[in-house]
Design a protein around this ligand. Structure first.
Ligand SMILES: Nc1ncnc2c1ncn2[C@@H]1O[C@H](COP(=O)(O)OP(=O)(O)OP(=O)(O)O)[C@@H](O)[C@H]1O
Length: 208
């Protein structure tokens, strides 16, 4: 589970944010909707411990995490949080498979090749495992990005606009895949987006 309380952040004195409280249980999906510039990515980066809040609390599995040091936060994130970024960031010199295994390495875990292959099959890109990520279409890269976020079976999956650049068909496929995988590993899924189509498939939501 993940929950936030009285969370605030400032890039500058004239760029301050306060975010609504929410909680998302295991196996639950939470949609955080907001127009461009409302602070969706900022909110997600706070939950991912990539930014430090100016106030408030973040709990993951009942552990207060907003006070962790930078190195403890990096370790906690690698082990417990899977992030699907707005634009996938891959290491272009590596194959798709090695990009997936990199998540294990960063979390200090053994390489889980079988898990990578299983995820690639479930997400429909098994035939691309030995290719470079640049050889994949945008939709395929998005699915690799989801698989990478799942490699360490995180407690929380945070997804930033995972569907907004996809057509209706792929939008539905990607959100259903994310929800299904989240259910399978018993994680909490938080999606920040301006994609109003997701309102039809996710019940629990808040608006920024
Ligand atoms: N590093 C930064 N320094 C200063 N201001 C920033 C920084 N990052 C974002 N901002 C500003 O904070 C506001 C919120 O940005 P954020 O990226 O969180 O919004 P968003 O809702 O995700 O937008 P979009 O839907 O366009 O991606 C924007 O006005 C943005 O210009």
């Amino acid at each position: 589970m993940i929950a936030t309380q009285n969370l605030s952040f400032a890039y500058a004195t004239d760029k301050q944010f306060t975010f609504p409280d929410f909680s998302c249980a295991d196996r639950e999906t939470m949609l955080i909707l907001g127009k461009s510039g409302k602070g969706k990515t900022t909110f997600l980066h706070l939950m991912a411990l990539l930014l430090k809040p100016t106030g408030g609390k973040i709990q993951i599995n009942n552990q207060e995490i907003s006070e962790l040091s930078v190195s403890a936060a990096a370790d906690f994130r690698a082990k417990n949080v899977g992030i699907v970024y707005q634009k996938p960031h891959f290491v272009h010199a590596l194959s798709v498979l090695d990009n997936l295994l990199l998540s294990n390495y960063l979390a200090g875990k053994n390489q889980a090749k079988d898990k990578a292959k299983h995820l690639a099959e479930s997400l429909g890109f098994a035939e691309h495992l030995s290719k470079k990520t640049t050889q994949l279409s945008q939709g395929e890269q998005q699915r690799v990005s989801i698989a990478r976020a799942l490699m360490n079976s995180p407690s929380v999956i945070l997804a930033d606009e995972p569907t907004s650049s996809l057509d209706d068909d792929n939008c539905l496929k990607v959100i259903e895949l994310l929800k299904k995988q989240t259910q399978e590993i018993g994680a909490s899924l938080v999606v920040v987006t301006h994609d109003q189509r997701l309102k039809d498939v996710v019940e629990k939501r808040i608006e920024l």
